[in-house]
Design a protein around this ligand. Sequence first.
Ligand code: FAD
Ligand code: DHB
Length: 392
Amino acid sequence: ERTQVAIIGAGPAGLLLGQLLHIHGIASVILERRSRAYCEGRIRAGVLEQGTVDLLDEAGVADRLHREGLVHGGIHISLDGRRVHVDLAGRAGGRHVTVYGQTEVVKDLIRARLDVPGALHFEAEEVTPQDFDGPAPFVTWRDAEGRSRRLDCDVIAGCDGFHGVTRQCLPEGAITTHERIYPFAWLGILAEAPPVMDELIYARHARGFALYSMRSPSIVRHYVQCAPETDPAAWPDARIWAELRARLGDADGARLTEGRVLEKGVTPMRSFVAEPLRHGRLFLAGDAAHIVPPTGAKGLNLAAGDVHYLTRALVEWYGGGGEAALGAYSARALARVWKAQRFSWWMTAMLHDFGPAASTFDAGLRRAELEYLLSSEAALTTLAENYVGLPF
Ligand code: FAD
Ligand code: DHB
Protein backbone atom coordinates (compact mmCIF):
# COMPACT_ATOMS: atom_id res chain seq x y z
CA GLU A 1 0.00 0.00 0.00
CA ARG A 2 1.28 3.45 -0.84
CA THR A 3 0.31 7.06 -0.15
CA GLN A 4 2.03 10.42 -0.24
CA VAL A 5 1.71 11.44 3.42
CA ALA A 6 1.28 8.88 6.22
CA ILE A 7 -0.40 10.56 9.18
CA ILE A 8 -0.24 9.00 12.63
CA GLY A 9 -3.13 10.01 14.92
CA ALA A 10 -6.72 11.12 14.24
CA GLY A 11 -6.93 14.00 16.71
CA PRO A 12 -7.61 17.53 15.46
CA ALA A 13 -4.04 17.84 14.07
CA GLY A 14 -4.00 14.63 12.00
CA LEU A 15 -7.56 14.96 10.74
CA LEU A 16 -7.20 18.60 9.72
CA LEU A 17 -3.87 17.90 8.00
CA GLY A 18 -5.43 15.06 6.03
CA GLN A 19 -8.35 17.20 4.94
CA LEU A 20 -6.26 20.24 3.94
CA LEU A 21 -3.83 18.06 1.96
CA HIS A 22 -6.82 16.47 0.22
CA ILE A 23 -8.09 19.94 -0.81
CA HIS A 24 -4.63 20.59 -2.30
CA GLY A 25 -4.63 17.28 -4.21
CA ILE A 26 -2.15 15.47 -1.93
CA ALA A 27 -3.09 11.94 -0.83
CA SER A 28 -2.76 10.81 2.77
CA VAL A 29 -3.71 7.91 5.02
CA ILE A 30 -4.41 8.38 8.74
CA LEU A 31 -3.65 5.58 11.20
CA GLU A 32 -5.43 5.91 14.57
CA ARG A 33 -4.97 3.62 17.57
CA ARG A 34 -8.41 4.18 19.10
CA SER A 35 -11.96 3.52 17.87
CA ARG A 36 -14.09 6.14 16.15
CA ALA A 37 -16.44 6.31 19.16
CA TYR A 38 -13.51 6.91 21.51
CA CYS A 39 -12.06 9.72 19.36
CA GLU A 40 -15.47 11.39 19.04
CA GLY A 41 -16.24 11.11 22.75
CA ARG A 42 -13.01 12.46 24.25
CA ILE A 43 -13.96 15.75 25.98
CA ARG A 44 -11.23 18.37 25.67
CA ALA A 45 -10.89 21.92 24.38
CA GLY A 46 -13.71 24.31 23.56
CA VAL A 47 -12.40 27.68 22.35
CA LEU A 48 -11.39 28.17 18.70
CA GLU A 49 -9.37 31.14 17.47
CA GLN A 50 -10.46 32.96 14.32
CA GLY A 51 -7.47 31.46 12.48
CA THR A 52 -8.54 27.93 13.45
CA VAL A 53 -12.08 28.58 12.21
CA ASP A 54 -10.62 29.94 8.95
CA LEU A 55 -8.62 26.71 8.48
CA LEU A 56 -11.72 24.58 9.12
CA ASP A 57 -13.49 26.72 6.50
CA GLU A 58 -10.63 26.13 4.06
CA ALA A 59 -10.93 22.40 4.79
CA GLY A 60 -14.65 22.59 3.95
CA VAL A 61 -15.82 21.25 7.32
CA ALA A 62 -17.15 24.38 9.06
CA ASP A 63 -20.85 24.42 8.09
CA ARG A 64 -22.10 23.02 11.40
CA LEU A 65 -19.55 25.11 13.29
CA HIS A 66 -21.03 28.27 11.77
CA ARG A 67 -24.56 27.11 12.63
CA GLU A 68 -23.97 25.88 16.18
CA GLY A 69 -20.78 27.60 17.39
CA LEU A 70 -21.11 30.46 19.86
CA VAL A 71 -19.24 33.61 18.81
CA HIS A 72 -17.66 35.35 21.81
CA GLY A 73 -16.20 38.85 21.63
CA GLY A 74 -15.05 38.95 25.24
CA ILE A 75 -14.36 37.17 28.52
CA HIS A 76 -14.97 37.94 32.17
CA ILE A 77 -12.19 37.93 34.76
CA SER A 78 -13.17 37.59 38.39
CA LEU A 79 -10.79 38.45 41.23
CA ASP A 80 -12.00 37.40 44.70
CA GLY A 81 -15.61 37.68 43.62
CA ARG A 82 -15.24 41.03 41.82
CA ARG A 83 -15.97 40.49 38.11
CA VAL A 84 -14.66 42.62 35.22
CA HIS A 85 -15.76 42.21 31.59
CA VAL A 86 -12.96 42.34 29.03
CA ASP A 87 -13.97 43.36 25.51
CA LEU A 88 -11.53 41.32 23.42
CA ALA A 89 -12.91 42.07 19.96
CA GLY A 90 -12.85 45.82 20.60
CA ARG A 91 -9.15 45.61 21.50
CA ALA A 92 -8.18 43.09 18.81
CA GLY A 93 -9.45 44.68 15.64
CA GLY A 94 -12.84 42.96 15.77
CA ARG A 95 -11.36 39.45 15.91
CA HIS A 96 -13.29 37.06 18.17
CA VAL A 97 -13.26 33.42 19.30
CA THR A 98 -15.82 30.67 18.71
CA VAL A 99 -16.97 28.27 21.42
CA TYR A 100 -17.40 24.87 19.73
CA GLY A 101 -16.26 21.64 21.36
CA GLN A 102 -13.22 19.71 20.16
CA THR A 103 -15.51 16.65 20.06
CA GLU A 104 -17.62 18.42 17.41
CA VAL A 105 -14.57 19.52 15.40
CA VAL A 106 -13.35 15.91 15.43
CA LYS A 107 -16.78 14.54 14.40
CA ASP A 108 -17.01 16.98 11.48
CA LEU A 109 -13.47 16.12 10.30
CA ILE A 110 -13.97 12.35 10.63
CA ARG A 111 -17.15 12.51 8.56
CA ALA A 112 -15.30 14.37 5.80
CA ARG A 113 -12.30 12.01 5.92
CA LEU A 114 -14.48 8.90 5.65
CA ASP A 115 -15.79 10.22 2.30
CA VAL A 116 -12.33 9.39 0.91
CA PRO A 117 -12.07 5.56 0.73
CA GLY A 118 -9.15 4.08 2.71
CA ALA A 119 -8.00 7.46 4.05
CA LEU A 120 -8.65 6.74 7.73
CA HIS A 121 -8.10 3.54 9.72
CA PHE A 122 -9.25 3.25 13.33
CA GLU A 123 -7.99 0.66 15.83
CA ALA A 124 -4.57 0.52 14.17
CA GLU A 125 -2.14 -1.22 16.50
CA GLU A 126 1.66 -1.28 16.74
CA VAL A 127 1.95 1.71 14.41
CA THR A 128 5.70 2.12 13.80
CA PRO A 129 7.35 4.80 11.63
CA GLN A 130 10.41 3.43 9.81
CA ASP A 131 13.30 4.55 7.56
CA PHE A 132 12.42 8.24 7.89
CA ASP A 133 16.13 9.13 7.73
CA GLY A 134 16.07 8.31 4.01
CA PRO A 135 13.92 9.11 0.96
CA ALA A 136 11.61 6.06 1.25
CA PRO A 137 9.97 6.00 4.68
CA PHE A 138 7.17 3.61 5.58
CA VAL A 139 4.89 2.78 8.48
CA THR A 140 4.11 -0.73 9.66
CA TRP A 141 0.92 -1.46 11.62
CA ARG A 142 -1.64 -4.11 12.47
CA ASP A 143 -5.22 -3.47 11.37
CA ALA A 144 -8.48 -4.05 13.27
CA GLU A 145 -8.67 -7.59 11.78
CA GLY A 146 -5.21 -8.37 13.13
CA ARG A 147 -3.42 -8.32 9.74
CA SER A 148 0.13 -6.92 9.51
CA ARG A 149 0.25 -4.03 7.03
CA ARG A 150 2.81 -1.71 5.52
CA LEU A 151 2.18 1.81 4.24
CA ASP A 152 4.91 3.30 2.00
CA CYS A 153 5.00 7.08 1.74
CA ASP A 154 7.06 10.19 1.00
CA VAL A 155 6.76 11.73 4.44
CA ILE A 156 5.38 10.80 7.86
CA ALA A 157 3.40 13.26 10.00
CA GLY A 158 3.42 12.48 13.72
CA CYS A 159 0.10 13.88 14.97
CA ASP A 160 -0.26 11.31 17.74
CA GLY A 161 -0.42 13.52 20.80
CA PHE A 162 1.85 13.81 23.83
CA HIS A 163 1.87 10.07 24.59
CA GLY A 164 2.19 9.01 20.94
CA VAL A 165 4.78 6.77 19.34
CA THR A 166 6.34 9.18 16.83
CA ARG A 167 8.37 11.44 19.10
CA GLN A 168 9.50 8.40 21.09
CA CYS A 169 10.91 6.63 18.03
CA LEU A 170 13.26 9.48 17.08
CA PRO A 171 16.95 8.62 17.58
CA GLU A 172 18.73 9.78 20.73
CA GLY A 173 19.73 13.44 20.40
CA ALA A 174 17.48 14.19 17.41
CA ILE A 175 15.34 16.57 19.43
CA THR A 176 15.76 18.73 22.51
CA THR A 177 12.88 18.99 24.96
CA HIS A 178 11.96 21.81 27.34
CA GLU A 179 9.49 21.28 30.16
CA ARG A 180 7.77 22.87 33.16
CA ILE A 181 5.42 21.02 35.52
CA TYR A 182 2.88 22.99 37.59
CA PRO A 183 1.95 22.11 41.21
CA PHE A 184 -1.79 21.76 40.41
CA ALA A 185 -4.28 20.26 37.95
CA TRP A 186 -7.82 21.01 36.76
CA LEU A 187 -10.87 18.98 37.65
CA GLY A 188 -13.37 19.47 34.82
CA ILE A 189 -17.07 18.70 34.51
CA LEU A 190 -19.46 18.72 31.59
CA ALA A 191 -23.01 19.29 32.84
CA GLU A 192 -26.58 19.95 31.74
CA ALA A 193 -27.03 23.51 32.98
CA PRO A 194 -27.23 27.00 31.48
CA PRO A 195 -24.01 29.09 31.49
CA VAL A 196 -23.46 31.49 34.40
CA MET A 197 -22.93 34.39 31.97
CA ASP A 198 -23.08 34.58 28.17
CA GLU A 199 -19.26 34.61 28.03
CA LEU A 200 -16.54 32.63 29.86
CA ILE A 201 -15.46 33.59 33.39
CA TYR A 202 -11.82 33.09 34.46
CA ALA A 203 -11.84 33.37 38.26
CA ARG A 204 -8.95 33.85 40.64
CA HIS A 205 -9.92 33.26 44.25
CA ALA A 206 -8.24 32.51 47.59
CA ARG A 207 -9.64 28.95 47.27
CA GLY A 208 -7.96 28.55 43.86
CA PHE A 209 -8.67 29.14 40.17
CA ALA A 210 -11.99 28.27 38.52
CA LEU A 211 -13.20 28.52 34.92
CA TYR A 212 -16.86 28.78 33.87
CA SER A 213 -17.15 27.75 30.25
CA MET A 214 -19.84 26.22 28.05
CA ARG A 215 -20.54 24.07 25.02
CA SER A 216 -24.03 25.34 24.16
CA PRO A 217 -26.81 27.43 25.76
CA SER A 218 -27.77 24.33 27.79
CA ILE A 219 -24.43 22.57 28.44
CA VAL A 220 -21.66 23.97 30.63
CA ARG A 221 -18.00 23.01 30.98
CA HIS A 222 -16.55 24.10 34.33
CA TYR A 223 -13.12 23.56 35.87
CA VAL A 224 -11.66 23.98 39.38
CA GLN A 225 -7.97 24.05 40.24
CA CYS A 226 -7.14 20.95 42.32
CA ALA A 227 -4.10 19.02 43.59
CA PRO A 228 -2.18 17.26 40.77
CA GLU A 229 -2.79 13.71 42.07
CA THR A 230 -6.55 14.30 42.55
CA ASP A 231 -8.82 11.26 42.18
CA PRO A 232 -12.11 12.47 40.64
CA ALA A 233 -13.92 9.99 42.90
CA ALA A 234 -12.93 12.20 45.86
CA TRP A 235 -15.01 14.97 44.32
CA PRO A 236 -18.71 14.05 44.43
CA ASP A 237 -20.84 16.38 42.29
CA ALA A 238 -22.10 18.36 45.31
CA ARG A 239 -18.53 19.20 46.34
CA ILE A 240 -17.68 20.45 42.85
CA TRP A 241 -20.78 22.67 42.62
CA ALA A 242 -20.10 24.10 46.10
CA GLU A 243 -16.50 24.88 45.16
CA LEU A 244 -17.54 26.45 41.85
CA ARG A 245 -20.05 28.63 43.71
CA ALA A 246 -17.55 29.68 46.40
CA ARG A 247 -14.84 30.67 43.89
CA LEU A 248 -17.28 32.98 42.09
CA GLY A 249 -18.06 34.92 45.26
CA ASP A 250 -21.48 35.73 46.71
CA ALA A 251 -23.01 37.84 43.94
CA ASP A 252 -22.06 35.70 40.91
CA GLY A 253 -22.14 32.48 42.92
CA ALA A 254 -25.88 32.98 43.32
CA ARG A 255 -26.24 32.87 39.51
CA LEU A 256 -24.67 29.41 39.17
CA THR A 257 -27.24 26.77 38.20
CA GLU A 258 -26.53 23.09 38.90
CA GLY A 259 -27.43 20.26 36.56
CA ARG A 260 -26.73 16.61 35.76
CA VAL A 261 -22.99 15.94 35.44
CA LEU A 262 -22.26 14.15 32.15
CA GLU A 263 -18.48 13.79 32.43
CA LYS A 264 -15.79 14.39 35.03
CA GLY A 265 -12.00 14.25 34.65
CA VAL A 266 -8.63 15.58 35.81
CA THR A 267 -6.22 17.36 33.43
CA PRO A 268 -2.58 17.60 34.53
CA MET A 269 -0.73 20.84 33.80
CA ARG A 270 2.52 21.10 31.92
CA SER A 271 4.40 23.25 29.48
CA PHE A 272 6.47 21.22 26.99
CA VAL A 273 8.28 21.92 23.72
CA ALA A 274 10.26 19.52 21.52
CA GLU A 275 12.52 21.05 18.89
CA PRO A 276 13.07 20.87 16.01
CA LEU A 277 9.75 19.57 14.66
CA ARG A 278 11.43 17.63 11.88
CA HIS A 279 13.84 14.73 11.55
CA GLY A 280 14.48 13.67 7.95
CA ARG A 281 11.13 12.81 6.41
CA LEU A 282 9.32 12.77 9.74
CA PHE A 283 7.40 15.80 11.04
CA LEU A 284 5.79 16.45 14.42
CA ALA A 285 2.63 18.55 14.82
CA GLY A 286 0.26 19.40 17.68
CA ASP A 287 0.48 17.80 21.12
CA ALA A 288 3.09 15.33 19.82
CA ALA A 289 5.45 18.32 19.73
CA HIS A 290 4.22 20.63 22.48
CA ILE A 291 1.86 20.95 25.43
CA VAL A 292 0.55 24.16 26.99
CA PRO A 293 -1.30 24.47 30.29
CA PRO A 294 -4.97 24.93 29.28
CA THR A 295 -5.54 28.35 30.89
CA GLY A 296 -5.07 30.28 27.64
CA ALA A 297 -7.19 27.85 25.57
CA LYS A 298 -4.29 27.38 23.14
CA GLY A 299 -3.72 23.58 22.84
CA LEU A 300 -6.06 22.83 19.96
CA ASN A 301 -5.37 26.17 18.30
CA LEU A 302 -1.62 25.52 18.30
CA ALA A 303 -2.22 22.14 16.69
CA ALA A 304 -4.16 23.95 13.95
CA GLY A 305 -1.30 26.45 13.53
CA ASP A 306 1.25 23.66 13.05
CA VAL A 307 -1.03 22.04 10.48
CA HIS A 308 -1.27 25.32 8.59
CA TYR A 309 2.54 25.60 8.33
CA LEU A 310 3.00 21.90 7.55
CA THR A 311 0.37 21.96 4.81
CA ARG A 312 2.08 24.98 3.26
CA ALA A 313 5.48 23.24 3.41
CA LEU A 314 4.17 20.04 1.80
CA VAL A 315 2.22 21.89 -0.91
CA GLU A 316 5.39 23.86 -1.81
CA TRP A 317 7.52 20.70 -1.74
CA TYR A 318 5.17 18.71 -4.00
CA GLY A 319 5.03 21.79 -6.23
CA GLY A 320 8.80 21.57 -6.78
CA GLY A 321 9.97 23.82 -3.94
CA GLY A 322 12.78 21.42 -2.96
CA GLU A 323 14.33 20.88 0.47
CA ALA A 324 13.93 24.53 1.45
CA ALA A 325 10.15 24.12 1.56
CA LEU A 326 10.34 21.24 4.04
CA GLY A 327 13.16 22.90 5.96
CA ALA A 328 11.12 26.01 6.74
CA TYR A 329 8.35 24.21 8.67
CA SER A 330 9.97 23.73 12.06
CA ALA A 331 11.24 27.28 12.61
CA ARG A 332 8.02 28.87 11.38
CA ALA A 333 5.78 26.73 13.55
CA LEU A 334 8.01 26.96 16.63
CA ALA A 335 8.20 30.76 16.55
CA ARG A 336 4.42 30.85 17.05
CA VAL A 337 4.45 27.94 19.51
CA TRP A 338 6.86 29.72 21.86
CA LYS A 339 4.68 32.85 21.86
CA ALA A 340 1.66 30.75 22.83
CA GLN A 341 3.79 29.06 25.51
CA ARG A 342 4.60 32.48 26.90
CA PHE A 343 0.95 33.51 26.91
CA SER A 344 -0.27 30.23 28.45
CA TRP A 345 2.36 30.40 31.18
CA TRP A 346 1.42 34.05 31.92
CA MET A 347 -2.33 33.33 32.14
CA THR A 348 -1.65 30.26 34.30
CA ALA A 349 0.70 32.05 36.69
CA MET A 350 -1.54 35.08 37.11
CA LEU A 351 -4.71 33.12 37.87
CA HIS A 352 -3.63 30.12 39.98
CA ASP A 353 -2.65 29.58 43.60
CA PHE A 354 0.84 28.03 43.62
CA GLY A 355 0.44 26.81 47.21
CA PRO A 356 2.57 27.12 50.35
CA ALA A 357 5.75 25.86 48.64
CA ALA A 358 5.91 28.98 46.45
CA SER A 359 7.62 32.08 47.81
CA THR A 360 5.39 34.82 49.18
CA PHE A 361 7.28 37.26 46.98
CA ASP A 362 6.33 35.32 43.82
CA ALA A 363 2.74 35.12 45.06
CA GLY A 364 2.73 38.91 45.46
CA LEU A 365 4.03 39.37 41.92
CA ARG A 366 1.38 37.04 40.47
CA ARG A 367 -1.42 38.92 42.20
CA ALA A 368 0.04 42.30 41.14
CA GLU A 369 0.22 41.04 37.55
CA LEU A 370 -3.55 40.42 37.54
CA GLU A 371 -4.38 43.69 39.32
CA TYR A 372 -2.19 45.56 36.83
CA LEU A 373 -3.90 43.80 33.91
CA LEU A 374 -7.35 44.82 35.11
CA SER A 375 -6.24 48.45 35.52
CA SER A 376 -4.29 48.93 32.28
CA GLU A 377 -5.56 49.49 28.73
CA ALA A 378 -2.12 48.50 27.40
CA ALA A 379 -2.11 45.21 29.31
CA LEU A 380 -5.70 44.38 28.33
CA THR A 381 -4.80 44.96 24.68
CA THR A 382 -1.95 42.45 25.07
CA LEU A 383 -4.38 39.94 26.57
CA ALA A 384 -6.89 40.47 23.76
CA GLU A 385 -4.33 40.17 20.95
CA ASN A 386 -3.05 36.84 22.31
CA TYR A 387 -6.40 35.34 23.38
CA VAL A 388 -8.03 35.78 19.96
CA GLY A 389 -4.84 34.31 18.45
CA LEU A 390 -1.66 35.69 16.91
CA PRO A 391 -1.62 35.69 13.10
CA PHE A 392 -0.08 32.73 11.24
P1 FAD B 1 -4.61 14.58 20.24
O1 FAD B 1 -5.94 15.20 20.28
O2 FAD B 1 -4.03 14.04 21.49
O3 FAD B 1 -4.68 13.44 19.14
C1 FAD B 1 -3.69 12.45 19.00
C2 FAD B 1 -4.30 11.21 18.41
O4 FAD B 1 -3.28 10.23 18.17
C3 FAD B 1 -5.31 10.56 19.34
O5 FAD B 1 -6.51 10.28 18.65
C4 FAD B 1 -4.59 9.30 19.81
O6 FAD B 1 -5.51 8.23 20.10
C5 FAD B 1 -3.72 8.99 18.61
N1 FAD B 1 -2.57 8.16 18.94
C6 FAD B 1 -1.78 8.23 20.05
N2 FAD B 1 -0.82 7.30 20.00
C7 FAD B 1 -0.99 6.63 18.84
C8 FAD B 1 -0.31 5.55 18.24
N3 FAD B 1 0.74 4.97 18.85
N4 FAD B 1 -0.73 5.10 17.03
C9 FAD B 1 -1.80 5.68 16.42
N5 FAD B 1 -2.49 6.72 16.95
C10 FAD B 1 -2.08 7.18 18.15
N6 FAD B 1 -6.83 22.34 25.27
C11 FAD B 1 -7.51 23.45 25.43
O7 FAD B 1 -7.25 24.41 24.71
N7 FAD B 1 -8.53 23.51 26.36
C12 FAD B 1 -8.85 22.43 27.15
O8 FAD B 1 -9.77 22.48 27.95
C13 FAD B 1 -8.14 21.26 27.02
N8 FAD B 1 -8.41 20.17 27.78
C14 FAD B 1 -7.66 19.04 27.62
C15 FAD B 1 -7.91 17.92 28.42
C16 FAD B 1 -7.12 16.74 28.30
C17 FAD B 1 -7.41 15.53 29.18
C18 FAD B 1 -6.07 16.73 27.35
C19 FAD B 1 -5.20 15.48 27.21
C20 FAD B 1 -5.85 17.85 26.55
C21 FAD B 1 -6.63 19.01 26.67
N9 FAD B 1 -6.42 20.14 25.87
C22 FAD B 1 -7.12 21.26 26.04
C23 FAD B 1 -5.45 20.18 24.82
C24 FAD B 1 -6.09 19.91 23.45
O9 FAD B 1 -7.18 19.04 23.58
C25 FAD B 1 -4.99 19.34 22.59
O10 FAD B 1 -4.02 20.36 22.43
C26 FAD B 1 -5.44 18.82 21.23
O11 FAD B 1 -6.21 17.66 21.39
C27 FAD B 1 -4.23 18.52 20.36
O12 FAD B 1 -4.61 17.83 19.21
P2 FAD B 1 -3.64 16.75 18.57
O13 FAD B 1 -4.36 16.27 17.36
O14 FAD B 1 -2.28 17.30 18.44
O15 FAD B 1 -3.51 15.60 19.66
C1 DHB C 1 -12.21 25.73 27.88
C2 DHB C 1 -10.97 25.27 28.23
C3 DHB C 1 -9.95 26.18 28.45
O1 DHB C 1 -8.73 25.74 28.78
C4 DHB C 1 -10.15 27.53 28.32
O2 DHB C 1 -9.15 28.39 28.56
C5 DHB C 1 -11.40 27.98 27.95
C6 DHB C 1 -12.42 27.07 27.74
C7 DHB C 1 -13.30 24.76 27.67
O3 DHB C 1 -13.06 23.55 27.75
O4 DHB C 1 -14.43 25.21 27.42
